[in-house]
Design a binder for this molecule. Structure first.
Ligand code: F6R
Length: 248
């Protein structure tokens, strides 16, 4: 893996958005879909802002873009403002020309008896499109990518998981208390993420410094699932000074 350190999350986000825009245009020029794996949370917000700006001011079109979001709380209604469905529409999809049928976000309303089949279908849909061309990631303090919490297998696929306590603590403020944070989620697996042709992980701020040190410099372990990225041949960690402050 490869690290790039920027003076601010703003600068790093603009570079990442430009890489995504180039990929979209390159695929469009050869009439191909551009298959993007997307993340929610605070880390990618400025990347989406820049993509929306490029759509508005530079004519960047999302007509050939197909997206797969990493995860969704379970259970979770789409119209709930805490949902990742809501987040993605608010930050990106409502502001660009992506076709609604090209948006894929794990559905937090699937009945529990249908979940297993639903997750297999989500995984197959990605494979049928030729896999993810680009995967955008954030990282949780537990070392999760997507919601692959400690203990996740490196070959795991899309599935229903139990959120780690620390992850629920970190989400508590946006849910107005930990008791309101769902205990479960649907997430793409580590295997799903690792199959992406290109991965960019965003890490901003001193809160992420410790887990990023373990992820980048520690030994590969299921206890810090992000360490599995060390074995991916085309991953870049895009960090700011705070997030990189514990690296040797
Ligand atoms: C979100 C996701 C999570 C977040 C991580 C960091 O779709 O999959 O892995 O990327 O929890 O969250 P923030 O960016 O809010 O610090």
């Amino acid at each position: 893996i490869h690290n790039v350190i920027f003076g601010s999350s703003q600068e790093g986000s603009i570079i990442v958005a430009h890489e995504i825009a180039e990929l979209i245009k390159e695929k469009a020029a050869s009439n191909k879909p551009c298959v993007l794996g997307l993340a929610t949370g605070s880390s990618p917000v400025k990347v989406y802002e820049e993509l929306v700006r490029m759509h508005n001011e530079e004519g960047l079109s999302f007509a050939n873009v197909v997206t797969f979001n990493l995860d969704e709380y379970y259970p979770m209604d789409k119209d709930n403002i805490q949902s990742y469905f809501y987040f993605m529409h608010e930050h990106l999809f409502n502001h660009v020309d992506i076709l609604p049928e090209n948006i894929n976000i794990p559905n937090g309303t699937v009945k529990s008896e249908d979940l297993h089949q639903y997750c297999i279908a989500y995984e197959n849909k990605i494979k049928d499109l030729g896999g993810l061309d680009f995967q955008l990631l954030g990282i949780g303090r537990t070392g999760h990518i997507g919601f692959n919490e400690p203990g996740s297998h490196f070959n795991s696929a899309t599935r229903n998981i139990t959120l780690d306590y620390i992850t629920r603590v970190d989400a508590a403020s946006s849910f107005l208390g930990i008791d309101n944070v769902p205990r479960k989620a649907i997430t793409m697996g580590v295997g799903t993420v690792r199959s992406a042709k290109r991965i960019v992980l965003l890490g901003w701020g001193i809160n992420k410094a410790e887990v990023l040190r373990e992820t980048i410099e520690g030994e590969i372990t299921s206890q810090v699932p992000a360490t599995y990225l060390q074995e991916h041949h085309n991953t870049t960690f895009v960090l700011d000074e705070g997030a990189s402050s514990e690296l040797t």
